[in-house]
Design a protein around this ligand. Structure first.
Ligand code: ATP
Length: 266
């Protein structure tokens, strides 16, 4: 199986399933030359990563591959050490996470960080604070969307793990993101909760781009039309979701039967 690479060696998008027109006008999120190290250990070294409006882009890879690090750099919760990030044609590399959230780059967390002392409704109000005068949806509508309408007045701290994840998503959605970065949104959810999550995410407006870090391949299969595989911080494979999922080398990577032929894959 040949993996179709999305980026040519010069960093120019080469193959796209959709979004080309928007990208041509400079819309979307474009990261180039992102490198990140903890102490002297480089955990991410990515030539290019692009997200166009409407993308459904999964980032997969074994534990420690650098997936969350990538998401944190895109969201601005981790400071960029090397590389450049642009959003709708504007360089945002040094912009804070709060600035990026206001600009439309929303995120959820691997470990949901809701405001524990606030009620669910107030958490969502906080998430949509910068849209409070012209909200697309009221906080109650957002809570209803994720199935938490009955919990509006409960403190966030009292929620179950699954409900906390959905509240985290509601907070992100209240910010009216144009790009939504999701860090393992299905982790720890029951089957019913996962179905709800998929209902919410598949029902989002088609112009909202999703970047999904996820280990659950059924969730990836249901949502993603493009997959980037990371391995030891490098891009191991990149292509249309059905092709990447069918690639024996990607399966072997997950089963731990590959030696990690990064050089061959880049
Ligand atoms: N704050 C930190 N200090 C030191 N090392 C870190 C820190 N955060 C992450 N790392 C290391 O960086 C590497 C990449 O971590 P990252 O969380 O991005 O991987 P991941 O692909 O998201 O993994 P997982 O699927 O297990 O969540 C790992 O080796 C991890 O141990």
């Amino acid at each position: 199986m040949r993996i179709i690479h999305r980026i040519d060696p010069n960093g120019v998008p080469s193959q796209r399933s959709h979004g080309d027109i928007d990208r041509a006008h400079g819309n979307g999120l474009v990261a180039a030359g992102l490198r990140h190290a903890y102490q002297r250990l480089t955990v991410l070294d990515l030539d290019a990563f692009t997200v166009a409006p409407g993308d459904r882009h999964a980032v997969i890879g074994p534990n420690g591959a650098g997936k969350s690090t990538l998401l944190n750099l895109l969201a601005g919760t981790t400071r960029t050490q090397a590389g450049r990030i642009t959003y709708n044609g504007q360089i945002i590399t040094r912009r804070s996470a709060a600035w990026r959230a206001r600009a439309g780059i929303g995120r959820t967390f691997q470990h949901p960080t809701v405001y524990p002392d606030l009620t669910c409704l107030d958490c969502v109000r906080m998430g949509g604070w910068h849209h409070r005068h012209h909200p697309e949806y009221t906080p109650k509508q957002v809570l209803d969307l994720v199935g938490l309408a009955d919990h509006a007045d409960r403190p966030a701290a009292s929620l179950s793990h699954g409900h906390r994840r959905m509240l985290d998503l509601a907070v992100a959605l209240a910010g009216q993101p144009r790009i939504l970065l999701l860090d393992e949104p299905a982790a720890g959810l029951t089957e019913t909760e996962t179905d709800r999550l998929l209902d919410v995410l598949t029902g989002l407006s088609s112009w909202i781009a999703l970047v999904l870090v996820e280990h659950d391949m059924s969730v990836v299969a249901a949502l993603a039309n493009w997959i980037t595989v990371l391995h030891h911080g490098h891009r191991y494979a990149d292509g249309p979701a059905n092709q990447v999922r069918a690639d024996p080398a990607v399966a072997a990577l997950y089963l731990g039967t590959t030696g990690g032929d990064d050089a061959e894959r880049q």
